[in-house]
Design a protein around this ligand. Structure first.
Ligand code: UDP
Length: 472
């Protein structure tokens, strides 16, 4: 059941607003490219990554958007404006831009409090369409609230709706201690999206299974993974990377990259590092003083993710790990490859991870990964070949796995090679965008052939064949 001031059903009882005629204005009568909308209500594609709530979704939308533009689409990426200082439109490349819509106060709002502003988001998006004289024939929505926006658009105009969840309430709520009040609404909306979208893009076979078993069997699902920029994240010289970062060859570097969020399991990693240090104190292989934990990501303690950062810092102090730990702060993708390369192992201790971009970035640089055996990580990391998978929360198994990689150089070298090959072959953004582009074209073609078949839509207008421009 949906709660609050939102409609309890989407699409059936609400008044039908007549769709506007697409491409009505002189400006767009002869479009050279097909414009599509990527919608990402909280994951601003133009935001600084690694700070507050900015993470994988922001990276995904931005990278997919730019790669789709290279394939011939006009890509308009919509997000919520969360600061009056942010530009309303950010032009990334000639055919790819971020458009920030005003929906609620222009300040950071935690995700669990954002849903109430989504009707305003829909209105702002429609106003933008009117102003530009366009109607997007296809929207790819990201995260459940954008999915709701997509369903609202679907109800008002003829639109092909593609959805990527990024995080699934049905899985997430099993892994967290506190269930927020928005949970029931989110679960209901996630089910509606699966049943109404023309296609849901699952980023791993595991996610597809979760959708089918935990959400609904009535969905149309394609598996298209997330990707990474393989020209940026690639094997480079470890010696050179360490030189640039001022890390000596003696140090054994354990790396964490990501947001400060409880479900990321940073605490497990800190405690595992402490266990490992105690074990090293018993042996002679590695000097415990040379064990270095680098924590990359997050912002200042007063920022939105500051509470978790403070909690983690307290645990580091309590375990007397201060000398072994560096909180590096946020690092841009331009320098992040240096950190991955300089590290001996990258650890992803998440309790829940829908995909986990960090895993493929690290592996692309040839860095072995120790990760929780959850979600997308079970698909991207091949245990014993590109890293090691261990049960989430399990401090001693994490310590053991990290220790194995740090102490077996020959094996670690083999893993490095296999890890980078796997990513280069399977997870490039270009490859991902080609698969998405094919999907979009298939759905747009279908909508022309059988306009009455629109899933979950009460809108009746159709597009004419002229309005679909071949995207590549
Ligand atoms: N990231 C970054 N700089 C940082 C920390 C993180 O660029 O300081 C990026 C990281 O490279 C990755 C993304 O943030 O691309 C995190 O994505 P992931 O899927 O691993 O986690 P999410 O944030 O979606 O939970």
């Amino acid at each position: 059941m949906l709660t609050g001031k939102f409609p309890t059903t989407i699409g059936s009882n609400s008044p039908v607003i007549q769709p506007q005629q697409p491409f009505a204005s002189a400006r767009t009568i002869v479009p050279t490219r097909q414009a599509i909308a990527l919608i990402s209500e909280h994951g601003d594609p133009a935001a600084e990554i690694g700070k507050d709530a900015a993470g994988g979704q922001n990276v995904y939308v931005r990278q997919v958007g730019e790669a789709l533009a290279k394939l011939g689409w006009q890509v308009d990426m919509f997000t919520r404006k969360s600061s009056p200082d942010d530009a309303t439109i950010v032009q990334h490349t000639p055919h790819c831009r971020t458009i920030r819509l005003i929906a609620g106060p222009q300040t950071y709002i935690p995700r669990d409090e954002l849903f109430q502003y989504m009707p305003e988001f829909v209105t702002a998006l429609q106003k933008f369409q009117q102003k530009e004289g366009t109607n997007y024939p296809l929207a790819h929505t990201n995260y459940w609230m954008s999915g709701w926006v997509g369903m609202e658009l679907q109800r008002r105009q003829n639109i092909q709706l593609i959805h990527t969840y990024h995080s699934l309430g049905a899985v997430k709520y099993k892994a967290v201690d506190e269930i927020p009040p928005i949970a029931q609404t989110r679960l209901a909306v996630e089910k509606q999206i699966l049943e109404q979208a023309h296609c849901v893009v699952a980023t791993s076979p595991q996610e597809m299974e979760d959708l089918e078993t935990l959400v609904s069997r009535l969905g149309k699902i394609d598996v298209i993974p997330c990707g990474t920029d393989v020209s940026n994240f690639r094997p480079i010289s470890k010696v050179e990377a360490r030189k640039q970062l001022g890390i000596s060859a003696k140090e054994k570097v354990v790396l964490y990259v990501g947001r400060f969020d409880k479900r990321k399991g940073i605490e497990t990693l800190i405690r595992a590092t402490s266990v490992l240090r105690s074990q090293l104190e018993q042996g002679e292989e590695i000097d415990p003083q040379h064990l270095k934990l680098l924590v990359v990501g997050g912002s200042d303690p007063h920022e939105a993710d500051g509470t978790e950062r403070c909690r983690i810092e307290e645990i580091v102090t309590e375990l007397d790990l201060t000398a072994n730990t560096d909180f590096v702060g946020m690092v841009g993708h331009d320098r992040l490859a240096l950190y991955y390369t300089a590290a001996d192992v990258c650890v992803i201790p998440s309790h829940y991870e829908p995909f986990g971009l960090v895993a493929i970035e690290a592996m692309a640089c040839g860095t072995p990964v120790v990760a929780s055996a959850v979600g997308g990580l079970k698909f991207t990391v091949i245990s014993e070949e590109t890293g090691l998978l261990v049960p989430p929360h399990d401090v001693s198994q994490f310590a053991h796995a990290i220790g194995r990689i740090l102490t077996d150089d020959i094996w670690a070298r083999k893993i490095r090679k296999q890890a980078s090959t796997r990513v280069q072959q399977n997870f490039s953004w270009t490859g991902v965008a080609i698969q998405l582009s094919d999907l979009y074209r298939r759905l747009l073609a279908q909508s022309l052939l059988s306009p009455g078949m629109a899933r979950g839509s009460s809108a009746t207008s159709t597009l004419s064949p002229k309005q679909i421009v071949k995207a590549s």
